[in-house]
Design a protein around this ligand. Sequence first.
Ligand SMILES: Cc1cc2nc3c(=O)[nH]c(=O)nc-3n(C[C@H](O)[C@H](O)[C@H](O)COP(=O)(O)O)c2cc1C
Length: 327
Amino acid sequence: MSKVLIVHAHHEPQSFSSSMAKTAAGALKAQGHEVVFSDLHAMGFQPVSDRRNFRTTADASYLKQQQEEAFATEHGGFAPEVEDEIRKLEACDLLVFSFPLWWFGMPAILKGWVDRVFAYKRIYSRGKWYENGVGHGKRALVLLTTGGSAAKYSPGGLHGTIENVLSPVHLGIFWFNGFSPLPPFVAWEAAHLSDAERGSILKNLELRMAGIFAEPVIELPRVAEFDPATAVDTVPRFMVTLRRNAQTESVSGSLRPEETEYLRDLHRQGKLLSLQVSSNTAKNAEWRCFLLMRERDVETVRTLCSPLTRGSLSISEITALETTAAV
Ligand SMILES: Cc1cc2nc3c(=O)[nH]c(=O)nc-3n(C[C@H](O)[C@H](O)[C@H](O)COP(=O)(O)O)c2cc1C
């Protein structure tokens, strides 16, 4: 059985976000997993990072957080509330961040938990990151409620894709520290759901938790794939342009659900870095979808895109992008 840490950030215990966190905890416990629940508001967690992070002092004249963290790591100098959370983080096999989306990100109390708990030298250091990070072989999940609809967070949608919005968490926190992110569990427009809709989301969440240690993770670039001298990716990138066949039915613009699903899966596999689509109002003949792909060669890119061309899409161009070192 595995150890799960749920870090929950909602100030209202009766909120749907809080219901989701409790449901996930209950479902995981029912499977025999050990669940530790850090309910940040209930704990009164203090999220501001400053000298209160430490019991020790490396330099009283100038506060440099990473220097103090390195010193505290060597001397057992973390404040008790930080040390407790660090231990929970170090022990878990699955890390869950549960929060409502606030300003396209995490509420400050959770961001503050990250700022204080992911401590330099203790959790990460130069080279102790990505596939060499403390979370290597472990998983991490975002449990999210949003105000905006799924359509607004879909390709071409008003807010950009949810993958893009969550990238600072998935790449910058989870994967940076070695935890493999899982596709997020999202309750869209949580404030406007009926009781029946809420019930069915919680049911889906229970089902998702049942397979959470078996499902595929989101693959993100490994540090070993980047040139150590230039920090440039050694895996080539390609821009693929897709168009909608003009003679096909009248439906104009945007991607169909099955196409979006397939592209999401390519993204999860680390093959698709980003995409852009023409506006919904574009006529079929003018509509384009641009995929930025990361793959060894053009033939593999073509093969990966071929399922998309079984419907009414076709590939109009694949361009190899040259990577150059940043100057
Ligand atoms: C400070 C604040 C910022 C918010 N920012 C966003 C946002 O960037 N995107 C979004 O879709 N919803 C946003 N919302 C709406 C919340 O995500 C939404 O109310 C919440 O997820 C509903 O779940 P709950 O009822 O469990 O709180 C924001 C709400 C607040 C209070």
